[in-house]
Ligand binder design. Structure first.
Ligand code: SUG
Length: 447
């Protein structure tokens, strides 16, 4: 496969973006519960990140949001009648279900799927498994439509292999690429896959005490098996339970890898030495670990600023750029560590770009949560369906679309407003036209 680059597919923030505090173990989501959100600003912040990175020469894609409120979910739970009746019954009888049905959480596409590039798969195809996201009620609504969207974009069966999500049961709780890091010399070279899990469903490893770990070892193993990866290509590591209890609900909140570089906090892994040793043993090229000790950045600061939820991007000259959330700039210890330890250290990271994704951050999603990494060769990129690769024209079309359809603000009580349904469906219908994706949404398929 020639011309392999990493395409970052960012999730477009949907029109119902709101703060309902739904996410377990996610400090920011809980802290902002009940606040007024700003969907238009949220979507524009995401689009600005996409445009900035595509203009800087990084391959950038976009994934559409999901249909919300999820009326099909509410109807399945016994709410009946017109749209207005379903919403008002749910609001009165089970407001938590209404909030789950309205979450715009599909924006965090690092949780959409796990992807293995064709260079690593035995059949030479790109493999994709939508995450079952079964550990959160609002998120377990995503996999079916995620699968449909991925099938529409990665449609060529000779190049792309789609797997069903793992069984949606606690033993196979899977949160997708947020717990998966591929290390390699460069994107087109064979990689070693680091899967990080928080608990064992069938084994005895001690889990966190305060929060439930979201990813199981059994889920990570099953994904590697589905994608045909052998033992020589995979490393499994347990997340440090204390990090999970401090609010590190995914590995990508405490570590990020790219090429041979692994930037991580000393509390990322339960057994740091064994994890690095296993990577070194399996990687053909030397691992470049960039370790941030707790005395430089505390776990609390890591969680508050999302320093590690950064995108680490490869540049043509071999250097790398770290795309960090704006919150890092306002924390002295984190900013100093970025300058003195990360940028000044002996590693390829030579530049920091700061991005404001505050609307997403307040729900616990930083720059890295907002994107799904897919390493693709030239021919694979040419085979993509739809109009999903970002350029200025697509950016401008999407900014115009947001301006036409999104509300400036959403308060918790607005979620029961039937007009929000009409507005969202009109927006999504137009969006499938812009992205040329066909009927991906339930309402377009007569459901
Ligand atoms: O699953 N937040 C998401 C944030 C996901 C971040 N993703 C990565 N780290 N890759 C979550 O915790 C909050 C939604 C709400 O409260 O409405 C939420 O789901």
């Amino acid at each position: 496969m020639t011309g392999v680059v990493e395409v970052n597919f960012d999730g477009l923030v949907g029109p119902t973006h709101n703060y309902a505090g739904l996410a377990a173990g996610n400090v920011a989501s809980r802290r902002h519960a009940g606040r007024v959100s700003h969907p238009r600003e949220a979507a524009l912040q995401g689009l600005e990140k996409m445009r900035d990175l595509s203009r800087a020469g990084y391959a950038q894609g976009v994934l559409p949001p999901q249909q919300r409120p999820d009326l099909g979910f509410l109807r399945r739970l016994g709410f009946t009648g017109s749209v207005g009746e379903v919403l008002s019954q749910a609001d009165r009888q089970a407001p938590a279900l209404l909030r789950a049905a309205c979450s715009a959480s599909s924006m965090w596409t690092a949780n959409a799927a796990t992807v293995t590039p064709s260079v690593d798969a035995p059949d030479g195809r790109v493999h994709l498994t939508p995450a079952n996201l079964q550990s959160g009620l609002h998120r377990c609504l995503e996999p079916v439509t995620t699968g449909r969207i991925l099938q529409a974009i990665f449609a060529d069966a000779e190049r792309f292999a789609h797997h069903a999500p793992l069984p949606a049961t606690p033993a196979f709780a899977d949160e997708g690429a947020a717990n998966h890091t591929r290390l390699c010399a460069e994107h087109g070279a064979p990689g070693v896959h680091l899967y990080v899990y928080g608990r064992e469903a069938l084994g005895q490893a001690p889990g966190p005490r305060r929060f439930t770990a979201r990813q199981t070892r059994e889920a990570s193993e099953a994904i590697a098996r589905q994608h045909g990866l052998g033992e020589a290509q995979t490393v499994l590591a347990r997340q440090h339970p204390e990090a999970i209890d401090a609010g590190v609900f995914h590995n990508d909140v405490i570590a990020v890898g790219n090429g041979p570089v692994l930037l991580y906090h000393e509390w990322a892994f339960a057994d740091e030495d064994a994890t690095l040793a296993a990577l070194r043993e399996k990687m053909p090229e030397p691992l470049i670990p960039v370790r941030v000790p707790a005395e430089a950045v505390s776990l609390d600061d890591a969680v508050a600023t999302y320093l590690f939820n950064s995108q680490l991007l490869s540049n043509p000259d071999g250097s790398m750029t770290l795309v960090v959330p704006g919150e890092c700039e306002h924390n002295e210890a984190v900013w100093r560590t970025l300058q003195d330890l990360i940028l000044a250290g002996h590693n390829p990271i030579g530049e920091v770009r700061v991005k404001d994704v505050k609307q997403s951050m307040q729900n616990g999603g930083g720059p890295a949560c907002l994107r799904l990494r897919v390493a693709l060769g030239e021919a694979e990129r040419a085979a993509l369906g739809g109009r999903v690769l970002m350029d200025d024209a697509l950016h401008d079309a999407l900014v115009g679309w947001v301006g036409r359809h999104y509300r400036d603000r959403l308060a918790p009580e607005d979620l029961a407003d039937p007009l929000l349904v009409d507005e969202s469906l009109a927006a999504l219908d137009e969006l499938t036209g812009i992205l040329q994706l066909g009927a991906i949404y339930p309402f377009q398929r007569g459901a």
